[in-house]
Design a protein around this ligand. Structure first.
Ligand SMILES: [Fe+2]
Length: 286
């Protein structure tokens, strides 16, 4: 399976890079599935039905969430009508929506799970290690027509993310972190075959403070005045950041895990080795 996972889509700059690049990448790279984290798509806070439609039209197949899942109130009811939007699995079962989705491809199913960490992040949910481990008892990788299992671990602490990676090593295709909005340089395959990346970074304007406009600097870090309103997002040219995963169709484990970083002005462009020939065309996309 060929999967592209894109990190947190932040506001308009993030939505625009999805619209601009995903149709091309899905076609050129013959992607079986595109997963995005959509919890910051609306002005940095939550996700709307309209954005879901835009993402699906662009070629996105599954949308994962995180701590901002309920920031747009419509999501409380919309999520019950759209199984492709996946909220953290470690919420109580009484919470709307589901924490997993099986995306069906002609080659078999791709199980996508979203979970939230417990360190330095609110709300404090149930233990993601235990919840995921118990849940996976019914979905063995490579069996029951589940050809790949992708975990979006929405968490603040890299230690917790690395811990989950090793805890699930050999049982899932990839553990990828989201939430910090900063891409890490540790894409790798763990000893038992699980692909891992501490954080995919964000899809958004990197001339910002993790997506917020630079005007939020003074209240945040200089004056430390209480924030009376949510900061506005940065609206400059966006960068698409994520990770490309290729799995073995028999075992479901990772063959290739490479970071992807396209567009914008402040981060270096990175695409997988095998797709270097596409660079020129990518630069001309409108
Ligand atoms: Fe988040």
């Amino acid at each position: 399976m060929r999967v592209l996972f894109c990190g947190d889509i932040v506001a308009r700059s993030g939505r625009e890079v999805i619209k601009k690049y995903i149709p091309f990448l899905k076609r050129k790279w013959k992607l079986d599935c595109v997963i995005v984290n959509g919890e910051n798509a609306q002005h940095g806070y939550g996700l709307s039905k309209g954005s879901c439609e835009l993402f699906y039209q662009s070629g996105v197949d599954v949308i994962t969430m995180g701590n901002h899942v309920w920031d747009q109130k419509e999501m409380l009811s919309y999520i019950e009508t759209d199984r492709r939007v996946v909220r953290p699995i470690n919420f109580f079962d009484t919470v709307p929506g589901k924490g997993f989705f099986i995306y069906q491809t002609p080659k078999g199913g791709i199980l996508v799970i979203n979970a939230m960490g417990q360190a330095f992040i609110k709300p404090l949910l149930d233990n993601p290690f235990i919840i995921i481990s118990n849940f996976l008892k019914q979905y063995l990788l490579g069996n029951n027509n589940i050809k790949a299992i992708i975990i979006d671990f929405h968490a603040e602490a890299t230690s917790e993310k690395i811990g989950l990676g090793f805890y699930l090593d050999g049982r899932v295709s990839m553990v990828v972190g989201t939430h910090t909005h900063v891409p890490t340089a540790d894409a790798r395959i763990l000893p038992k075959g699980t692909g891992f990346l501490s954080d995919a970074g964000m899809c958004g304007d990197y001339n910002s403070i993790i997506g917020d406009s630079l005007q939020s600097m003074s209240s945040r870090f200089l004056e430390r005045t209480p924030m009376l309103r949510r900061p506005d997002p940065a609206i400059g040219e966006g960068t698409l950041c994520g990770v490309y995963l290729e799995t073995n169709d028999n075992t479901g484990l990772a063959n290739i895990v490479e970071p992807v970083c396209i567009g914008g002005t402040s981060l270096k462009t990175q695409i997988p080795e095998g797709f270097q020939k596409d660079l020129e065309e990518i630069r001309t996309l409108k």
